[in-house]
Design a protein around this ligand. Structure first.
Ligand SMILES: [Fe+2]
Length: 254
């Protein structure tokens, strides 16, 4: 069985299109989405409609919750400052630029999804099993906390998103996977990121896949829609707002 995991699409239809074309070319048995379909990017409606059209199994991210329920804030505990401000501006813009049908879909998404493939049990959650929408699980998460997360659930493989940074990590006999972000990478690589997982006779192999796409087109849409210009800058660079030396937590090049 070959599974594709994609997450943090963030209203970037050019990136999503490129990733889905790549998946179609490579061929997988099923595609799963780890949430945050919307927020930041200029095409929230199109991205949600594409996921709906393809009937891709999807869990809820914090931005899906924020837009679905028209909240004032996505509830993220960002690095303080401009990132939080820009996140909330984009949240409000997205609420204004999505249909009720899309909001109802986002609201209806489950916070976790479990399934079994060839005796390997998977758990999908946007943040962590202990804080489904908001916890950032990174290679720099305190080892004790990682153990607590791994031991909090009976599944063998935990697949999460939210950090926008790819990760493959064994913790207490469990595999923790993060495919990175399709629509707003933060690992210093602006290409769209997703993951293919092969399950054969009880073994699991995870491959991070990077896909170039038309970033310029997305940047132009950000500018045309009067979204904060910083969103275009970080997208083109694959960066966080906090771009000083040593501020990037983890980088994967493929
Ligand atoms: Fe996200």
């Amino acid at each position: 069985m070959r599974l594709a995991f994609l997450g943090d699409l963030h209203g970037n239809s050019e990136a999503l299109k490129a990733v889905l074309e790549d998946i179609d070319k490579k061929g997988v048995d099923e595609i799963f989405c780890l949430g945050d379909l919307v927020g930041y990017g200029p095409d929230p409606e199109d991205v949600v409609q594409e996921i709906k059209k393809r009937a891709i199994k999807t869990i809820m991210g914090n931005y899906d919750d924020g837009v679905g329920h028209s909240r004032q804030s996505c509830g993220c505990s960002y690095a303080p400052g401009r990132e939080t401000e820009v996140g909330d501006i984009s949240l409000n813009w997205t609420i204004e630029h999505t249909s009720q049908e899309v909001k109802d879909f986002l609201k209806s998404l489950p916070r976790r999804l479990s399934f079994e493939v060839e005796n390997v049990k998977f758990l999908l959650v946007h943040g962590s099993p202990l804080s489904e929408l908001l916890e950032y699980v990174t290679p720099h998460t305190d080892p004790e906390r990682l153990q607590k997360i791994a031991q909090s659930t009976s599944e063998d493989v935990i697949v999460n998103g939210h950090t926008h940074i790819p990760m493959v990590r064994w913790v207490s006999g469990k595999l923790i996977l993060n495919p990175g972000s399709v629509g707003r990478p933060k690992d210093a690589d602006p290409r769209a990121s997703y993951m293919i997982v092969e399950v054969r006779r009880g073994t699991v192999q995870a491959h991070i896949v990077k896909v170039p796409y038309d970033v310029k087109k997305t940047v132009e849409k950000i500018v045309k829609n009067n979204l904060p210009l910083e969103l275009a800058t970080v997208l083109a660079l694959g960066q966080t707002f906090d771009m000083g030396p040593g501020k990037i937590e983890f980088s994967v090049r493929m």
